[in-house]
Every structure is written in C-alpha cells, then in structure tokens.
Design a protein around this ligand. Structure first.
Ligand code: SAH
Length: 487
C-alpha cells in the first residue's frame, strides 16, 4: 500500500518545507512500526522545486489476523482461511489511513513549530494512490473529493493488462491536485475518505470512531453533499453510530448558522405567532390537559422532553408553582426558536433562573435529567423509529425516573375524522408510526410493568364514541423505587 504527497516550490519557499510540515526529514528514509506492520516514509525527490514524500505500508498479514482475533472479532469462523488469502494486506485503505494518522499525526493536526506560517496556508499539492479500492468506482471518487476543492483524476485499473477483455478491477489509480488546501486538511480528507472508498474496515468500529470522524471532518464534513454516505461507510454502516454522527454534524452546521438562517428562524417564529392568533384548538387543549395533570400532581420541577419550539415551556412559565422547567430537544434549530419565543436573553434574572433549555437526544441516558418531579413527552414518541423506542423508554423510565410521566401521542383511529387527511395517512411527515388506542395501551402497560410505574389513560380532544379522541394521553405514576430493568 502506497501513497505519495508532492508539492512544488521556489527558492524562497522551498518545496522541501514539506519535510517540516510532515515532521519527517527529507534526507533520510524512516520506518515506524504500527500494529499491522511497518510504515516507511521516504522522499523519492526533494529539492526546492519539487518534493515528494512517499508512505509505504508493509503489512504483516499474520499480525492483522491475530489482532482481529485478539479483539474477539476475527470474522466468521469459516472466514479463517479467507483472512489469510484476501487482499487486505495489499489494498486495505483503512490500514493506510490508520498509518497516515499515526505517522503524520502532528501534520494532520496542522502543528508545525518549525514552519507555523506554512502549516497555516494552502500549498500546491499532488497526491497519488496507485491502487485504491473504490466501491462505486470513479463516480464516487469524484463525488467525494471534488466538493473539497480537489481536481480529481481517477482511472479504473484493468484487472489484467494482458487480458483487457476481463474488464476493470475494483481499483482506481487516484491523483488529486489542489492549490487551495492546507496539508492538514488534505491529510484529514485522506484519513476519512480512503476507508470510505474501500468500504471495509480492518478493525471493529466502536463508538469512539464517531469522535474520530468528527475531529477529522472538522471544517469540511458538515455540509459535504455526500455527508451521509461518508458517515455511514466510515462507521461501517453501523446505523446507531451513523445516526449519532449525523445528529452531531447537524448541530455543528446549525452552530455555524449564518444571518440568512437567523432571518429564516425569525420568519418561522413570526409565522407561528400569527397562526396562534387563530385558535389552534387541539394543541391548546393538549397543553391545558398536560398542565392540569402537572398541577394536580403538585409537580414543581418539570422536564419537557422533546420540547420542540417551547410552547409548553412558555405556558408553564406563566404559573409560578412550576419552579424549574427544563426543555430538552435534539434539534438545535427547535431550541433556537424556543429561546427566541421565550425571549430568554431579555428575561429578568428570577424568571430566567426557572428555565433551562438543553440539547440532547432522548435515545441516550442523561444524568442531567435525574431527580425531577415530572416529565412530559408531548407528541414525541411517534417521532422515533420503533426500534429506538426501547432506548427512550430506558432513558426516561429506567434512568431519569421522575415520579410522574405524561405521554401524549396521536390516536390513529381518529384520522378518519380529519377531513383533510387521506385515508391511511399519518398526520405529520415525520411521524414514524401512529398507534391505535389498543397499541398505545399495550406499550404503556408494558413500560409501566417493566419500570415500576402505574398508568392511567385520558382522552384529549373530543372523545368520539367510535374512534376515540384525536390525542391519547397516558399518565404514569412511579410506584416503586426499585432499580429499573433494561427494556
Ligand atoms: N413537545 C412539542 C413538540 C413535539 S414535535 C409539542 O408537543 O408540540 C417532536 C419533537 O421531538 C421535535 O422537536 C423533535 O426535535 C423532538 N425529538 C425527536 N426525536 C428526539 C430525540 N431522540 N431526542 C430528543 N428530541 C427528539
């Protein structure tokens, strides 16, 4: 496995500065041992005009297999032989990427004490990988690198030049050129995208890979048009990790929200305020029903889980008996709108001390949510994919464990009564499911049973004799202090 990095220069700005940037002296060949074999760094050419560094990874296939086994995941047992005779040692780009990050770790971080100004500026770069496994072929290679400012040349490598009729192999010869990138950026592109193209990691992908991806992707991955493909492949299509990474990338993107977006949020708030002038009966009835339950329970410290744009938080703030109100949502956009709605920045100190907005996903346990009197999940559960629901259940009923939990969700039976709703349709594009009364009760009863709660059901909105109410509400009351069982 082999790649070269070349640059050009002049007498004042010699190309050999590449040696400083990579922290590897151009005058000598060096070898580094890595977990999978030996990485060699050498410079086939090094003068003021042109300098090329080559990284050659000599993989020890036995170490590769042993390491896989040692971690307890050497693949299926019948793949034992395949591990010895596959192409991994010669082609696995994930190995090359790992070698790149260990041999050039400072360069990847953009650290260069000897030439800090050069590390901080773009330089002419040419990177060549003679045999790169590329799933999806040259089109995917372009789609990944071109948006980052690379000029891409990717030619499929023939399976065997003697027998052109055999067609192309899954390898491409990749040449990337750019004048606009810093070396650290280029290395971080390679670190992420080489394994993405290979689409097969040589090691087990665990949760800390999400951190690695976000660190290496800083400044270029949020907003990359192929962000989803990159994330899913980098994380070996482990869906839970991919989802976590995509959520965090979305947050980064929103944190970098520019003025145009802020204007959009303002407009959204204005539009909603307008809508609220007309009566929005069901939403209002729902808020009133929830607030009534919370009052009746004497709850003072309340969580609004999946608080969205903060309407319930706003309603609760009007009643002084709610001394602490915490709105939690996974969407930074929703929280931004909520904070504008509540005018958090202009609120008096005492009022402000009563309210907190937290960004977080309800699919993960969160120590910040422990010790409250009550939690509300108003029209939230149906936004989660069904397989994620046990995770939310555990986070709320197993970990946070407030005395009271109020859950509302649409009653799908009522949908036939909505004039504008075509039969068989859910009420909102983002609803992953909508339940009948029976389905909701079955879920709620099982949750209560698993976690030591009692549960009662209440209709919200007109209770139709045939199809029931538009909104169904379950009120859970904690009956036992015992440790919860995982769902
Ligand atoms: N509770 C509000 C908003 C309901 S819309 C109301 O009754 O009007 C559903 C909200 O749940 C959205 O704001 C969405 O961002 C949030 N949500 C969806 N999945 C979530 C998750 N996993 N963690 C936290 N919030 C989530």
């Amino acid at each position: 496995m082999f790649l070269t990095i070349s640059t050009t220069g002049t007498a004042e700005r010699p190309a050999t500065d590449l040696g400083f940037l990579l922290h590897k002296h151009p005058g000598k060949a060096q070898a580094f041992s890595t977990s999978y074999g030996t990485a060699h760094v050498l410079y086939p050419e090094a003068d003021a005009e042109r300098c090329t560094a080559a990284l050659l990874l000599e993989v020890d296939p036995v170490a590769l297999v042993r390491r896989g086994k040692g971690k307890g995941r050497g693949g299926a047992p019948d793949a034992a032989l395949a591990q010895y005779v596959n192409d991994r040692p010669y082609a696995a780009s994930s190995l090359l990427a790992v070698a790149l990050s260990s041999v050039f770790s400072s360069a990847m971080r953009g650290v260069c004490a000897a030439r800090p100004e050069r590390a901080a500026e773009p330089l002419p770069l040419r990177i060549e990988v003679p045999a790169l496994p590329a799933r999806g072929g040259t089109a995917v290679v372009r789609a990944l690198f071109e948006p980052l400012g690379w000029t891409v040349s990717a030619e499929p490598v023939a399976l065997d030049t003697e027998f052109p009729e055999w067609g192309d192999s899954r390898y491409v010869r990749l040449v990337l050129e750019s004048q606009a990138l810093r070396l650290s950026e280029a290395l971080r592109h390679l670190y992420v995208l080489l394994p993405v193209l290979d689409d097969a990691k040589h090691y087990w992908v665990s949760a800390d890979e999400v951190d690695k991806l976000l660190r290496a992707g800083e400044g270029w991955l949020p907003g990359h048009p192929e962000q989803k493909l990159i994330t899913s492949r980098f994380l070996s299509r482990r869906w839970s990790l991919t989802r976590q990474a995509l959520e965090r990338l979305e947050l980064v993107r929103l944190a970098e929200t520019d003025d145009a977006d802020v204007e959009e949020i303002d407009n959204a708030v204005a539009a909603e305020a307008e809508e609220e002038e007309k009566p929005a009966p069901l939403a209002v009835q729902r808020r009133d029903a929830i607030t009534a339950v919370l009052r009746e329970r004497g709850a003072a410290r309340v969580l609004d889980l999946g608080c969205g744009q903060g309407q319930l938080v706003q309603a609760l703030l009007k009643d002084a008996r709610f001394t602490e109100i915490v709105g939690v949502d996974v969407s930074m956009r929703a929280l931004t709108i909520a904070s504008r709605r509540l005018k958090l920045d202009r609120m008096g100190e005492r009022q402000a001390a009563r309210v907190t907005l937290l960004q977080g996903s309800l699919a993960y346990t969160d120590a910040r949510l422990k010790g409250y009197d009550a939690a509300v999940l108003s029209e939230v559960i149906e936004h989660l994919d069904l397989p994620r629901l046990p995770a939310l259940e555990y986070a709320v009923f197993g970990s946070a464990r407030p005395r009271t939990v109020v859950v509302t969700t649409p009653n799908v039976e009522y949908n036939v009564r909505w004039e504008s709703l075509p039969a068989g349709h859910v009420r909102h594009g983002d609803h992953r499911f909508e339940w009948t009364r029976k389905e909701f009760r079955a879920w709620a009863d099982a949750v209560a049973e698993r976690h030591g709660y009692g549960v009662q059901f209440h209709p919200v909105g007109p209770d139709d004799p045939e199809v029931g109410p538009p909104t169904q509400m379950a009120v859970f009351t904690r009956t036992s202090e015992k440790e919860a069982k995982a769902a």
